[in-house]
Design a protein around this ligand. Sequence first.
Ligand SMILES: NC(=O)c1ccc[n+]([C@@H]2O[C@H](COP(=O)([O-])OP(=O)(O)OC[C@H]3O[C@@H](n4cnc5c(N)ncnc54)[C@H](O)[C@@H]3O)[C@@H](O)[C@H]2O)c1
Length: 432
Amino acid sequence: MEDAPITAVIVGGGHRSIIYADYALKHPEQLKIVGIADPNPERRAMAAARYGFSADMCFENAETLARLPKLADAVINGTMDHQHYATAVPLLERGYDMLLEKPFAVNKEEMDALYDVIRRHGNKVMVCHVLRYAPFYLAVKKVLLTGAIGDILNIQTVEHVSYHHLSTSYVRGKWANSDKCKTTMLLAKSCHDIDIMMWMMQPTRPQAVSSFGSRFQFRPENAPEGAGTRCTVDCPYVDTCRYSSKRLYMDFPERWKCYVWEDLEHIQNPSDSDREKSFANGNPYDRCIYKCDNNVVDHQSVLVRFENGATGTHNMVGGSAVSMRRIHIIGTKGEIDGVFDEDFFKVRLIDPASPTGYTEETVRMEGDLEEGHGGGDDALTEDFVRYLATGKQSVSCTAIENSIAGHLTVFMADASMAQGGAPQTMDLSRYV
Ligand SMILES: NC(=O)c1ccc[n+]([C@@H]2O[C@H](COP(=O)([O-])OP(=O)(O)OC[C@H]3O[C@@H](n4cnc5c(N)ncnc54)[C@H](O)[C@@H]3O)[C@@H](O)[C@H]2O)c1
Protein backbone atom coordinates (compact mmCIF):
# COMPACT_ATOMS: atom_id res chain seq x y z
CA MET A 1 0.00 0.00 0.00
CA GLU A 2 1.11 3.57 -0.58
CA ASP A 3 1.67 5.85 2.40
CA ALA A 4 -1.27 8.22 1.93
CA PRO A 5 -4.75 6.73 2.38
CA ILE A 6 -7.06 6.39 -0.62
CA THR A 7 -9.62 9.19 -0.41
CA ALA A 8 -13.29 8.59 -1.22
CA VAL A 9 -16.57 10.45 -1.45
CA ILE A 10 -19.78 8.61 -0.55
CA VAL A 11 -22.46 8.90 -3.21
CA GLY A 12 -25.76 7.77 -1.75
CA GLY A 13 -25.14 7.60 1.99
CA GLY A 14 -27.61 4.81 2.79
CA HIS A 15 -27.22 1.54 4.62
CA ARG A 16 -24.75 -0.11 2.29
CA SER A 17 -22.34 2.76 1.66
CA ILE A 18 -21.88 3.32 5.36
CA ILE A 19 -20.87 -0.32 5.85
CA TYR A 20 -18.05 0.07 3.31
CA ALA A 21 -17.14 3.60 4.42
CA ASP A 22 -16.76 2.44 8.02
CA TYR A 23 -13.66 0.58 6.90
CA ALA A 24 -12.04 4.03 7.05
CA LEU A 25 -12.79 4.26 10.77
CA LYS A 26 -11.03 0.93 11.38
CA HIS A 27 -8.15 1.55 8.94
CA PRO A 28 -7.60 5.32 8.64
CA GLU A 29 -4.14 4.70 7.21
CA GLN A 30 -5.75 2.99 4.19
CA LEU A 31 -9.00 4.85 3.51
CA LYS A 32 -10.25 8.35 4.29
CA ILE A 33 -13.83 9.45 3.63
CA VAL A 34 -13.69 13.10 2.61
CA GLY A 35 -17.24 13.95 1.51
CA ILE A 36 -20.77 12.86 0.66
CA ALA A 37 -23.31 13.48 -2.07
CA ASP A 38 -26.88 12.64 -1.04
CA PRO A 39 -30.17 14.54 -1.35
CA ASN A 40 -31.05 13.58 2.24
CA PRO A 41 -29.74 16.37 4.57
CA GLU A 42 -29.88 14.14 7.65
CA ARG A 43 -27.72 11.52 6.01
CA ARG A 44 -25.26 14.20 4.85
CA ALA A 45 -24.99 15.58 8.40
CA MET A 46 -24.62 12.09 9.87
CA ALA A 47 -21.77 11.23 7.49
CA ALA A 48 -19.98 14.55 8.08
CA ALA A 49 -20.05 13.94 11.84
CA ARG A 50 -19.11 10.26 11.52
CA TYR A 51 -16.11 10.72 9.22
CA GLY A 52 -15.09 14.22 10.28
CA PHE A 53 -15.38 16.39 7.18
CA SER A 54 -16.86 19.85 6.87
CA ALA A 55 -20.18 21.01 5.43
CA ASP A 56 -18.49 22.27 2.26
CA MET A 57 -17.77 18.62 1.37
CA CYS A 58 -21.49 17.78 1.48
CA PHE A 59 -23.21 17.81 -1.91
CA GLU A 60 -26.86 17.56 -2.91
CA ASN A 61 -26.40 14.66 -5.31
CA ALA A 62 -24.05 12.78 -7.63
CA GLU A 63 -24.69 15.17 -10.49
CA THR A 64 -23.57 18.23 -8.44
CA LEU A 65 -20.41 16.41 -7.37
CA ALA A 66 -19.64 15.41 -10.95
CA ARG A 67 -19.77 19.03 -12.11
CA LEU A 68 -16.92 19.95 -9.72
CA PRO A 69 -13.22 19.24 -10.27
CA LYS A 70 -12.21 15.80 -8.94
CA LEU A 71 -12.09 15.95 -5.12
CA ALA A 72 -10.93 12.43 -4.21
CA ASP A 73 -9.47 9.24 -5.65
CA ALA A 74 -12.72 7.32 -5.59
CA VAL A 75 -16.44 7.22 -5.04
CA ILE A 76 -18.40 4.69 -3.00
CA ASN A 77 -21.65 4.50 -4.97
CA GLY A 78 -24.46 3.11 -2.81
CA THR A 79 -27.42 4.67 -4.56
CA MET A 80 -30.39 2.45 -5.38
CA ASP A 81 -30.20 -0.11 -8.19
CA HIS A 82 -31.87 1.95 -10.93
CA GLN A 83 -29.64 4.96 -10.15
CA HIS A 84 -26.29 3.20 -10.46
CA TYR A 85 -25.87 3.83 -14.16
CA ALA A 86 -27.03 7.46 -14.17
CA THR A 87 -25.04 8.44 -11.07
CA ALA A 88 -21.91 6.50 -12.06
CA VAL A 89 -21.38 7.74 -15.62
CA PRO A 90 -20.69 11.47 -14.95
CA LEU A 91 -18.40 10.60 -12.03
CA LEU A 92 -16.46 8.05 -14.11
CA GLU A 93 -16.12 10.65 -16.84
CA ARG A 94 -14.76 13.02 -14.19
CA GLY A 95 -12.07 10.40 -13.52
CA TYR A 96 -13.17 8.82 -10.25
CA ASP A 97 -12.48 5.16 -9.54
CA MET A 98 -15.53 3.52 -8.01
CA LEU A 99 -16.82 0.95 -5.58
CA LEU A 100 -20.23 0.34 -7.11
CA GLU A 101 -23.12 -1.54 -5.52
CA LYS A 102 -24.72 -4.45 -7.29
CA PRO A 103 -26.56 -4.65 -9.57
CA PHE A 104 -24.24 -2.29 -11.41
CA ALA A 105 -26.83 -1.97 -14.18
CA VAL A 106 -30.48 -2.98 -14.40
CA ASN A 107 -30.48 -4.13 -18.03
CA LYS A 108 -28.09 -5.10 -20.80
CA GLU A 109 -28.22 -1.69 -22.48
CA GLU A 110 -27.08 0.05 -19.29
CA MET A 111 -24.46 -2.62 -18.71
CA ASP A 112 -22.96 -2.18 -22.18
CA ALA A 113 -23.00 1.62 -21.98
CA LEU A 114 -21.37 1.61 -18.54
CA TYR A 115 -18.75 -0.89 -19.67
CA ASP A 116 -17.89 1.32 -22.65
CA VAL A 117 -17.53 4.44 -20.46
CA ILE A 118 -15.16 2.56 -18.15
CA ARG A 119 -13.12 1.23 -21.08
CA ARG A 120 -12.85 4.75 -22.51
CA HIS A 121 -11.78 6.41 -19.27
CA GLY A 122 -9.76 3.57 -17.75
CA ASN A 123 -11.37 3.79 -14.30
CA LYS A 124 -10.91 1.03 -11.75
CA VAL A 125 -14.45 -0.04 -10.88
CA MET A 126 -15.27 -2.81 -8.44
CA VAL A 127 -18.77 -4.23 -8.00
CA CYS A 128 -19.93 -5.12 -4.47
CA HIS A 129 -20.22 -8.87 -4.97
CA VAL A 130 -19.34 -9.33 -1.33
CA LEU A 131 -19.80 -13.10 -1.29
CA ARG A 132 -16.62 -13.60 -3.33
CA TYR A 133 -14.81 -12.23 -0.31
CA ALA A 134 -16.58 -14.33 2.31
CA PRO A 135 -14.02 -16.82 3.68
CA PHE A 136 -16.39 -19.70 2.84
CA TYR A 137 -16.60 -19.00 -0.91
CA LEU A 138 -12.97 -17.96 -1.13
CA ALA A 139 -11.94 -21.28 0.43
CA VAL A 140 -14.13 -23.19 -2.06
CA LYS A 141 -12.49 -21.28 -4.92
CA LYS A 142 -9.03 -22.08 -3.58
CA VAL A 143 -9.82 -25.81 -3.50
CA LEU A 144 -10.97 -25.59 -7.13
CA LEU A 145 -7.75 -23.85 -8.09
CA THR A 146 -5.73 -26.79 -6.72
CA GLY A 147 -7.42 -28.97 -9.36
CA ALA A 148 -8.35 -31.52 -6.67
CA ILE A 149 -11.85 -32.20 -7.98
CA GLY A 150 -10.81 -32.19 -11.64
CA ASP A 151 -12.84 -30.53 -14.37
CA ILE A 152 -16.22 -29.24 -13.24
CA LEU A 153 -19.11 -30.85 -15.04
CA ASN A 154 -21.93 -29.44 -12.96
CA ILE A 155 -22.42 -26.66 -10.41
CA GLN A 156 -25.53 -26.20 -8.26
CA THR A 157 -26.24 -23.11 -6.19
CA VAL A 158 -29.29 -22.59 -3.99
CA GLU A 159 -30.52 -19.52 -2.18
CA HIS A 160 -33.41 -19.71 0.26
CA VAL A 161 -34.77 -16.32 1.27
CA SER A 162 -36.52 -16.51 4.64
CA TYR A 163 -40.21 -15.61 4.92
CA HIS A 164 -39.46 -12.42 6.88
CA HIS A 165 -36.74 -11.38 4.43
CA LEU A 166 -39.09 -12.05 1.51
CA SER A 167 -41.77 -9.94 3.17
CA THR A 168 -39.38 -7.10 3.92
CA SER A 169 -37.62 -6.81 0.60
CA TYR A 170 -39.71 -8.49 -2.10
CA VAL A 171 -43.35 -8.13 -1.06
CA ARG A 172 -43.70 -5.05 1.12
CA GLY A 173 -40.34 -3.40 0.49
CA LYS A 174 -38.03 -1.66 -1.92
CA TRP A 175 -37.55 -4.52 -4.39
CA ALA A 176 -41.17 -5.70 -4.63
CA ASN A 177 -42.32 -3.86 -7.72
CA SER A 178 -40.10 -3.98 -10.78
CA ASP A 179 -41.88 -1.03 -12.41
CA LYS A 180 -40.66 1.12 -9.53
CA CYS A 181 -37.30 -0.38 -8.55
CA LYS A 182 -36.41 -1.52 -12.11
CA THR A 183 -34.92 -4.78 -10.82
CA THR A 184 -36.20 -8.33 -10.71
CA MET A 185 -35.83 -10.51 -7.64
CA LEU A 186 -33.20 -12.61 -9.39
CA LEU A 187 -31.15 -9.50 -10.15
CA ALA A 188 -31.55 -7.91 -6.73
CA LYS A 189 -31.07 -11.06 -4.68
CA SER A 190 -29.38 -13.82 -6.59
CA CYS A 191 -27.01 -11.82 -8.79
CA HIS A 192 -24.57 -12.70 -5.99
CA ASP A 193 -25.10 -16.46 -6.41
CA ILE A 194 -25.00 -16.32 -10.18
CA ASP A 195 -21.78 -14.31 -9.90
CA ILE A 196 -20.37 -16.99 -7.59
CA MET A 197 -21.33 -19.63 -10.17
CA MET A 198 -19.53 -17.72 -12.95
CA TRP A 199 -16.47 -17.18 -10.76
CA MET A 200 -16.23 -20.86 -9.82
CA MET A 201 -16.63 -21.90 -13.47
CA GLN A 202 -13.90 -19.65 -14.88
CA PRO A 203 -12.29 -19.81 -17.36
CA THR A 204 -15.32 -21.27 -19.14
CA ARG A 205 -18.16 -18.83 -19.72
CA PRO A 206 -21.95 -19.08 -19.93
CA GLN A 207 -23.35 -19.76 -23.37
CA ALA A 208 -27.10 -20.33 -22.93
CA VAL A 209 -29.67 -20.00 -20.15
CA SER A 210 -33.24 -21.01 -19.48
CA SER A 211 -35.44 -20.09 -16.52
CA PHE A 212 -38.83 -20.55 -14.89
CA GLY A 213 -40.37 -18.80 -11.90
CA SER A 214 -43.56 -17.30 -10.56
CA ARG A 215 -45.20 -15.17 -7.91
CA PHE A 216 -46.66 -18.10 -6.04
CA GLN A 217 -47.88 -16.85 -2.68
CA PHE A 218 -48.64 -13.20 -2.22
CA ARG A 219 -51.58 -12.28 -4.42
CA PRO A 220 -54.90 -10.73 -3.33
CA GLU A 221 -56.82 -13.94 -4.11
CA ASN A 222 -54.75 -15.82 -1.51
CA ALA A 223 -55.68 -13.46 1.36
CA PRO A 224 -57.71 -15.13 4.11
CA GLU A 225 -61.40 -14.30 4.19
CA GLY A 226 -62.04 -10.94 5.85
CA ALA A 227 -58.36 -9.87 5.92
CA GLY A 228 -57.82 -6.13 6.30
CA THR A 229 -55.51 -3.92 4.27
CA ARG A 230 -53.15 -2.96 7.12
CA CYS A 231 -52.13 -5.48 9.79
CA THR A 232 -52.19 -3.26 12.86
CA VAL A 233 -55.05 -1.05 11.73
CA ASP A 234 -57.90 -3.16 10.40
CA CYS A 235 -56.98 -6.87 10.25
CA PRO A 236 -58.60 -9.55 12.44
CA TYR A 237 -55.59 -11.81 11.82
CA VAL A 238 -53.06 -9.43 13.39
CA ASP A 239 -52.13 -11.92 16.12
CA THR A 240 -52.27 -15.10 14.07
CA CYS A 241 -51.07 -14.45 10.50
CA ARG A 242 -47.50 -15.67 9.91
CA TYR A 243 -46.84 -12.45 8.01
CA SER A 244 -48.56 -10.03 10.42
CA SER A 245 -46.44 -6.87 10.64
CA LYS A 246 -47.05 -6.86 14.38
CA ARG A 247 -45.57 -10.33 14.74
CA LEU A 248 -42.74 -9.81 12.23
CA TYR A 249 -41.66 -6.28 13.10
CA MET A 250 -43.42 -4.75 16.09
CA ASP A 251 -42.67 -7.74 18.33
CA PHE A 252 -39.07 -7.90 17.01
CA PRO A 253 -38.09 -4.27 16.34
CA GLU A 254 -34.47 -5.13 15.51
CA ARG A 255 -35.59 -7.37 12.63
CA TRP A 256 -34.74 -5.60 9.34
CA LYS A 257 -34.93 -2.32 11.23
CA CYS A 258 -32.94 -0.33 8.66
CA TYR A 259 -35.71 -0.92 6.13
CA VAL A 260 -38.85 -1.23 8.25
CA TRP A 261 -38.18 1.74 10.52
CA GLU A 262 -36.38 3.97 8.00
CA ASP A 263 -38.84 6.78 8.74
CA LEU A 264 -37.63 6.74 12.37
CA GLU A 265 -33.94 7.00 11.39
CA HIS A 266 -33.74 10.52 12.85
CA ILE A 267 -34.73 9.25 16.34
CA GLN A 268 -31.85 7.76 18.32
CA ASN A 269 -33.80 5.11 20.24
CA PRO A 270 -37.32 4.83 18.85
CA SER A 271 -39.92 3.58 21.34
CA ASP A 272 -42.82 1.17 20.80
CA SER A 273 -45.07 4.19 20.64
CA ASP A 274 -42.93 5.75 17.85
CA ARG A 275 -43.24 2.48 15.95
CA GLU A 276 -46.99 2.24 16.51
CA LYS A 277 -47.38 5.78 15.17
CA SER A 278 -45.22 4.94 12.17
CA PHE A 279 -47.50 2.00 11.30
CA ALA A 280 -50.65 4.06 11.94
CA ASN A 281 -49.26 6.78 9.64
CA GLY A 282 -48.93 4.58 6.59
CA ASN A 283 -45.58 2.79 6.97
CA PRO A 284 -45.61 0.41 3.94
CA TYR A 285 -44.37 -2.53 6.04
CA ASP A 286 -47.77 -2.61 7.79
CA ARG A 287 -49.59 -3.43 4.56
CA CYS A 288 -51.41 -6.76 4.30
CA ILE A 289 -48.88 -9.14 2.74
CA TYR A 290 -51.53 -10.27 0.24
CA LYS A 291 -52.53 -6.73 -0.79
CA CYS A 292 -49.27 -5.03 -1.74
CA ASP A 293 -48.19 -3.86 -5.19
CA ASN A 294 -45.59 -6.66 -5.50
CA ASN A 295 -45.10 -8.01 -9.01
CA VAL A 296 -41.75 -9.81 -8.74
CA VAL A 297 -41.47 -13.59 -8.45
CA ASP A 298 -40.99 -15.30 -5.11
CA HIS A 299 -39.12 -18.26 -6.57
CA GLN A 300 -37.12 -18.84 -9.74
CA SER A 301 -34.95 -21.59 -11.16
CA VAL A 302 -32.14 -21.00 -13.64
CA LEU A 303 -30.36 -23.52 -15.87
CA VAL A 304 -27.07 -22.56 -17.53
CA ARG A 305 -25.00 -24.25 -20.24
CA PHE A 306 -21.33 -23.29 -20.38
CA GLU A 307 -19.08 -23.01 -23.43
CA ASN A 308 -17.17 -26.18 -22.46
CA GLY A 309 -20.37 -28.24 -22.15
CA ALA A 310 -20.67 -28.10 -18.34
CA THR A 311 -24.02 -27.17 -16.79
CA GLY A 312 -25.17 -25.21 -13.76
CA THR A 313 -28.40 -24.59 -11.88
CA HIS A 314 -29.48 -21.93 -9.43
CA ASN A 315 -32.63 -22.23 -7.35
CA MET A 316 -33.87 -19.09 -5.61
CA VAL A 317 -36.71 -19.82 -3.22
CA GLY A 318 -38.37 -17.11 -1.15
CA GLY A 319 -40.54 -17.83 1.88
CA SER A 320 -38.47 -20.53 3.60
CA ALA A 321 -38.32 -20.86 7.37
CA VAL A 322 -34.61 -19.97 7.38
CA SER A 323 -32.28 -18.21 4.98
CA MET A 324 -29.68 -20.50 3.45
CA ARG A 325 -27.11 -20.59 0.67
CA ARG A 326 -25.75 -23.89 -0.62
CA ILE A 327 -23.16 -24.76 -3.23
CA HIS A 328 -22.44 -28.18 -4.71
CA ILE A 329 -19.79 -28.56 -7.40
CA ILE A 330 -19.20 -31.88 -9.09
CA GLY A 331 -15.94 -32.50 -10.93
CA THR A 332 -14.37 -35.40 -12.75
CA LYS A 333 -12.27 -36.37 -9.70
CA GLY A 334 -14.50 -35.35 -6.80
CA GLU A 335 -16.94 -32.81 -5.42
CA ILE A 336 -17.37 -29.88 -3.06
CA ASP A 337 -20.56 -29.58 -1.05
CA GLY A 338 -21.37 -26.97 1.57
CA VAL A 339 -23.82 -24.58 3.18
CA PHE A 340 -22.56 -21.03 3.53
CA ASP A 341 -24.60 -20.42 6.68
CA GLU A 342 -23.06 -23.47 8.38
CA ASP A 343 -19.57 -22.19 7.60
CA PHE A 344 -18.03 -25.46 6.52
CA PHE A 345 -17.92 -27.53 3.37
CA LYS A 346 -16.92 -31.05 2.44
CA VAL A 347 -14.48 -32.09 -0.23
CA ARG A 348 -15.07 -35.64 -1.42
CA LEU A 349 -12.61 -37.28 -3.77
CA ILE A 350 -13.22 -40.38 -5.86
CA ASP A 351 -11.20 -43.21 -4.28
CA PRO A 352 -11.89 -46.73 -5.57
CA ALA A 353 -9.53 -48.12 -2.90
CA SER A 354 -11.72 -46.87 -0.08
CA PRO A 355 -14.64 -49.06 1.15
CA THR A 356 -17.02 -46.09 0.74
CA GLY A 357 -15.66 -45.34 -2.73
CA TYR A 358 -14.46 -41.89 -1.71
CA THR A 359 -12.44 -39.94 0.81
CA GLU A 360 -13.93 -36.95 2.60
CA GLU A 361 -12.42 -33.88 4.23
CA THR A 362 -14.34 -31.18 6.10
CA VAL A 363 -13.07 -27.64 5.63
CA ARG A 364 -14.17 -25.30 8.45
CA MET A 365 -14.03 -21.52 8.42
CA GLU A 366 -12.71 -19.52 11.30
CA GLY A 367 -14.13 -16.11 12.01
CA ASP A 368 -17.38 -14.44 12.81
CA LEU A 369 -20.35 -15.47 10.67
CA GLU A 370 -22.26 -12.48 12.04
CA GLU A 371 -19.88 -10.11 10.26
CA GLY A 372 -21.56 -8.61 7.17
CA HIS A 373 -21.94 -11.36 4.53
CA GLY A 374 -19.79 -13.74 6.56
CA GLY A 375 -16.89 -11.27 6.64
CA GLY A 376 -17.23 -10.36 2.95
CA ASP A 377 -18.15 -6.68 3.42
CA ASP A 378 -14.89 -5.63 5.09
CA ALA A 379 -12.71 -7.89 2.96
CA LEU A 380 -14.19 -6.41 -0.22
CA THR A 381 -13.49 -2.85 0.91
CA GLU A 382 -9.95 -3.82 1.87
CA ASP A 383 -9.43 -5.34 -1.59
CA PHE A 384 -10.88 -2.26 -3.30
CA VAL A 385 -8.39 -0.06 -1.47
CA ARG A 386 -5.56 -2.44 -2.40
CA TYR A 387 -6.66 -2.56 -6.04
CA LEU A 388 -6.60 1.23 -6.24
CA ALA A 389 -3.28 1.51 -4.45
CA THR A 390 -1.44 -1.21 -6.38
CA GLY A 391 -3.45 -1.86 -9.55
CA LYS A 392 -3.28 -5.58 -8.76
CA GLN A 393 -6.41 -7.76 -8.90
CA SER A 394 -6.85 -10.44 -6.22
CA VAL A 395 -8.37 -13.86 -6.92
CA SER A 396 -11.77 -12.52 -5.73
CA CYS A 397 -11.56 -9.19 -7.54
CA THR A 398 -14.97 -8.11 -8.78
CA ALA A 399 -13.69 -5.54 -11.24
CA ILE A 400 -16.36 -4.68 -13.77
CA GLU A 401 -14.95 -6.99 -16.45
CA ASN A 402 -15.13 -9.89 -13.96
CA SER A 403 -18.76 -9.16 -13.13
CA ILE A 404 -20.23 -9.02 -16.64
CA ALA A 405 -20.90 -12.75 -17.11
CA GLY A 406 -23.05 -12.95 -13.97
CA HIS A 407 -25.14 -9.89 -14.73
CA LEU A 408 -25.64 -10.94 -18.35
CA THR A 409 -26.75 -14.40 -17.24
CA VAL A 410 -29.34 -12.82 -14.93
CA PHE A 411 -30.66 -10.54 -17.69
CA MET A 412 -30.95 -13.49 -20.06
CA ALA A 413 -32.55 -15.73 -17.39
CA ASP A 414 -35.24 -13.11 -16.81
CA ALA A 415 -35.74 -12.80 -20.57
CA SER A 416 -36.13 -16.58 -20.74
CA MET A 417 -38.63 -16.65 -17.87
CA ALA A 418 -40.67 -13.93 -19.60
CA GLN A 419 -40.79 -16.19 -22.69
CA GLY A 420 -41.94 -19.27 -20.81
CA GLY A 421 -38.44 -20.69 -20.33
CA ALA A 422 -37.24 -20.36 -23.93
CA PRO A 423 -33.42 -20.77 -24.00
CA GLN A 424 -31.46 -17.56 -24.57
CA THR A 425 -27.98 -17.59 -25.98
CA MET A 426 -25.24 -15.27 -24.79
CA ASP A 427 -22.35 -13.71 -26.61
CA LEU A 428 -19.59 -12.42 -24.34
CA SER A 429 -17.12 -11.68 -27.12
CA ARG A 430 -17.56 -7.89 -26.94
CA TYR A 431 -16.33 -7.87 -23.32
CA VAL A 432 -12.60 -8.48 -23.19
N1 LIG B 1 -23.91 -5.98 -1.80
C1 LIG B 1 -24.94 -6.40 -1.10
O1 LIG B 1 -24.92 -7.49 -0.57
C2 LIG B 1 -26.17 -5.54 -0.94
C3 LIG B 1 -27.09 -5.78 0.08
C4 LIG B 1 -28.20 -4.95 0.17
C5 LIG B 1 -28.39 -3.93 -0.75
N2 LIG B 1 -27.48 -3.74 -1.75
C6 LIG B 1 -27.61 -2.67 -2.76
O2 LIG B 1 -27.10 -1.48 -2.20
C7 LIG B 1 -27.72 -0.35 -2.84
C8 LIG B 1 -28.13 0.64 -1.79
O3 LIG B 1 -29.11 0.07 -0.93
P1 LIG B 1 -29.48 0.82 0.44
O4 LIG B 1 -30.50 0.00 1.11
O5 LIG B 1 -28.21 1.20 1.14
O6 LIG B 1 -30.18 2.14 -0.17
P2 LIG B 1 -30.64 3.45 0.59
O7 LIG B 1 -31.96 3.82 0.02
O8 LIG B 1 -30.51 3.31 2.06
O9 LIG B 1 -29.55 4.51 0.13
C9 LIG B 1 -29.56 5.12 -1.12
C10 LIG B 1 -29.17 6.57 -0.90
O10 LIG B 1 -29.00 7.19 -2.18
C11 LIG B 1 -29.41 8.53 -2.04
N3 LIG B 1 -29.61 9.12 -3.37
C12 LIG B 1 -30.75 9.15 -4.12
N4 LIG B 1 -30.52 9.81 -5.28
C13 LIG B 1 -29.22 10.21 -5.27
C14 LIG B 1 -28.39 10.95 -6.16
N5 LIG B 1 -28.88 11.39 -7.34
N6 LIG B 1 -27.12 11.21 -5.81
C15 LIG B 1 -26.62 10.75 -4.63
N7 LIG B 1 -27.36 10.06 -3.74
C16 LIG B 1 -28.64 9.77 -4.05
C17 LIG B 1 -30.66 8.43 -1.18
O11 LIG B 1 -31.02 9.67 -0.60
C18 LIG B 1 -30.22 7.39 -0.17
O12 LIG B 1 -29.65 7.99 0.99
C19 LIG B 1 -28.86 -0.92 -3.67
O13 LIG B 1 -28.49 -0.95 -5.00
C20 LIG B 1 -29.03 -2.34 -3.13
O14 LIG B 1 -29.52 -3.24 -4.09
C21 LIG B 1 -26.37 -4.51 -1.84
